[in-house]
Design a protein around this ligand. Structure first.
Ligand SMILES: *[C@@H]1O[C@H](CO)[C@@H](O)[C@H](O)[C@H]1NC(C)=O
Ligand SMILES: *[C@@H]1O[C@H](CO)[C@@H](O)[C@H](O)[C@H]1NC(C)=O
Ligand SMILES: *[C@@H]1O[C@H](CO)[C@@H](O)[C@H](O)[C@H]1NC(C)=O
Length: 443
């Protein structure tokens, strides 16, 4: 053998040592759902010659079956006649992504497209070296993904919970995975609330992260495909049209998650009734619903404040009694009572006020030893708070002022008539007796 030729051959191998052509497609097998788009990318590296490379795609139904020519980047008459219609309509196409990368696209894959896809590059190398083609298997599966939401209640009272149930299933004949996403649509934009899956993981929409961490969003993956999302303590900002999105995924070699089909269904529109629409506050005296009370100096004044609300259990109430617009005493939403004792002399002459909760939504004001100073127009004011949760803030819950209401007025008169004064002085605590023997509650 000619030594010179050998040397040349080795020399070429060394110079072109890095130019052993490599053609790659995804490792596969690729699982795709009938009717969905498919894209298979192919690239080539370590080649010689022009930077722009040409690609052709062929497929065979079986691994060793006959090859059907599909599309090519340089030969428009390449396609097999059986595919020419689909190529002409654009259903099957090839797109050059870069000089060394092209993509086979099928707009709506059919079950008979299952098979082995071969990407081939034509040689531009001075010496044939490396691989010129690569193959991947495509499995087209039927669409079995079903998304069937349950219609949520159309109206929810502020502060109550809203449960969004959605049934998402697929047939388990194929190694695919599911995820469920809840969305809320206000106007034309849908906002993601939370996604569960496909690996059992939870991802929250940016506006819902804090709420999820606070425990205000609860996921209940049930059985038989039922997934529930509970939104706790809804506010009017939760109004909107809810949607449920089921997505089927495949996990390809190389750890890549690919979405293969999705279905989004509208669940229903939910309106949140604000607390202010149904919160009612009534003030009345102990013995009657009369709008006025007549007392004698030294008597005990007792007034009740009743709070009515359909969502009372979720409300935390701050209750304040006012006399002629002055705050007398407040029970804050944690139950702490604060008397508003100012330092001026007028206040010192006033009776001693107490405030108690006597039942759900029922509060009693007591003023012992009233004097003329205690007369006036009494009203109770209620502020209804709803807890926003606060696990992420370390227990110090956040509160939302949902509504504020004033009661009807009750007029309190303290008559200076001396006979009542003497009478009450004698009886001291005998208010029951007095209410029958004197006209104090009615005038
Ligand atoms: C969810 O849907 C599937 C299929 O449509 C059905 O078999 C299953 O019983 C449903 N599950 C529930 C909890 O309704
Ligand atoms: C459905 O959910 C998937 C996965 O989270 C997401 O990629 C897709 O955009 C969603 N579709 C719609 C219509 O919201
Ligand atoms: C006491 O009453 C005044 C007047 O109504 C009010 O401005 C003030 O905030 C009250 N103070 C307390 C501690 O309630």
């Amino acid at each position: 053998m000619d030594l010179g030729f050998l040397a040349l051959a080795f020399g070429l191998l060394f110079i072109g040592g890095c130019s052993a052509r490599v053609v790659t497609v995804s490792p596969g097998p690729l699982i795709r759902v009938e009717g969905q788009p498919v894209s298979i990318r192919c690239d080539v590296n370590d080649y010689e010659g022009p930077s722009e490379q040409d690609f052709e795609w062929e497929m065979s139904r079986d691994a060793k079956g006959p090859k059907i020519k599909m599309v090519s980047t340089f030969d428009s008459s390449f396609s097999d006649p059986s595919l020419s219609k689909r190529v002409a309509s654009g259903d099957i196409s090839v797109v050059r992504l870069q000089d060394n990368e092209a993509e086979l696209k099928i707009a709506e894959v059919k079950s008979q497209d299952s098979g082995f896809y071969l990407c081939r590059t034509t040689s531009t190398d001075s010496v044939i070296s490396g691989n010129y083609e690569a193959q991947v298997q495509l499995k087209v599966i039927p669409k079995t993904l079903k998304v069937s939401p349950q219609t949520p209640p159309p109206v929810v009272l502020e502060g109550n919970d809203l449960t969004l149930s959605c049934n998402v299933t697929q047939e388990l004949n194929y190694p695919t995975y599911l995820s469920v996403t809840w969305l809320v649509k206000r106007g034309t934009t849908s906002e993601e609330i939370l996604t569960f899956g496909p690996q059992g993981d939870v991802v929250t929409g940016s506006k819902f992260t804090r709420r999820y961490l606070d425990g205000g969003l609860r996921l209940v993956p049930g059985r038989n495909g039922l997934f529930e999302l509970v939104i706790s303590r809804v506010t009017t900002s939760d109004q909107g049209t809810y949607e449920c999105n089921g997505t089927e995924w495949t996990h390809e070699s190389g750890g890549k998650w690919t979405k293969i089909v999705e279905s989004t269904k509208e669940m229903g529109t939910v309106t949140v009734t604000p607390t202010g629409h149904f919160l009612n506050v009534k003030a009345s005296s102990s013995s009657s619903s009369s709008p006025s009370v007549l007392l004698s100096p030294g008597n005990m004044l007792t007034l009740f404040c009743y709070v009515f609300a359909d969502n009372l259990p979720v409300l935390s109430l701050e209750m304040t009694w006012l006399a002629d617009g002055r705050e007398i005493i407040t029970m804050d939403h944690s139950g702490l009572v604060i008397s508003n004792t100012s330092s001026n002399g007028a206040q010192a002459k006033r009776g001693q006020a107490t405030l108690e909760r006597t039942g759900g939504g029922e509060y009693r004001l007591g003023v012992r030893g009233v004097s003329g100073e205690d007369g006036g127009i009494y009203t109770c004011r209620v502020r209804a708070f709803i807890e926003k949760g606060g696990r992420s803030t370390g227990g110090g819950g956040r509160w939302h002022l949902a509504a504020e209401k004033m009661s009807n007025p009750v007029t309190v008169k303290v008559s200076e008539t001396s006979k009542y004064h003497i009478f009450t002085a004698v009886n001291d605590m005998g208010k029951e007796m007095m209410s029958t023997s004197t006209p104090m509650d009615v005038f």
